[in-house]
Design a protein around this ligand. Structure first.
Ligand SMILES: Cc1cc2nc3c(=O)[nH]c(=O)nc-3n(C[C@H](O)[C@H](O)[C@H](O)COP(=O)(O)O)c2cc1C
Length: 208
């Protein structure tokens, strides 16, 4: 029997939507047979900003037990699934900062030849659902990662409608993570685990 595929779900969430998607993604990767690490990246905002929004403070307090992401969570993994809220159509500064700390691993060639995938939330339907994931994937191309997006590989993808990754419209917290997003996460996690395992085993066989 082969070792389970190692998956790190690394996310940033201010007000909890992406945190809920991250928990779902991690659960689904586990159900697909992976060994999973769920990690949140460090918060960069000052307390005054966090305290100005009760949902932000509540999410930070509620997720303190989730370990903070470290570079080892990326080097350890066969697949990394990144999650972020949109920030004006882009990746959040907090997740981007974490990715930027991986420069040392990149120089050692330790980021390449892994599977990467992404998920996100925005407040509005056309508020960055696709552009945020494409922006995230720019960095993956630069580090030599293999982007595994869900595409329209499952009938449910014609319901959620985002082939780039799982996404959810939060309506500023009025619209909690729903079954459509959870199904998308299940499809994406399963595909990531399947492809990451095949890639890992092929690379190991080629190195023999
Ligand atoms: C600085 C900033 C910029 C944002 N830009 C957008 C945007 O361009 N479009 C959008 O739909 N939502 C935007 N949002 C809203 C969040 O992306 C959205 O509420 C998301 O669901 C929050 O996820 P979270 O609960 O995990 O933090 C922005 C929020 C902030 C704080």
């Amino acid at each position: 029997m082969t070792d389970p595929v190692k998956v790190s779900v690394v996310y940033y969430s201010a007000t909890g939507t992406v945190a809920e998607l991250a928990r779902t993604m991690a659960d689904e990767a586990g159900k697909a047979g992976a060994e999973v690490r769920l990690r949140r990246v460090a918060e960069l905002a000052p307390d005054a900003a966090i305290d100005s929004n009760p949902a932000w403070r509540a999410n930070l307090d509620a997720t303190r037990d989730i370990p903070e992401a470290a570079s080892d969570d990326v080097s350890w993994a066969d697949a990394v699934i990144f999650g972020t809220p949109t920030r004006f159509g882009n990746v959040s500064a907090q997740l981007k900062q974490f990715i930027d700390t991986l420069g040392g691993l990149w120089q050692q060639g330790l980021l390449q030849d892994k599977v990467y995938s992404g998920f996100m939330a925005s407040s509005t339907l056309h508020g960055g659902q696709e552009s945020t994931l494409l922006a995230l994937y720019n960095s993956i191309h630069h580090i030599g990662g293999i982007v595994v997006s869900p595409g329209y590989t499952d009938p449910s993808k014609f319901v959620d409608g985002n082939p780039y990754g799982t996404s959810h419209v939060s309506a500023q917290g009025d619209n909690p993570v729903d079954d459509v997003a959870r199904t998308a996460a299940a499809v994406q996690a399963k595909r990531v685990v399947l492809v990451a395992g095949a890639l890992r085993d092929s690379l190991a066989a080629a190195a023999l």
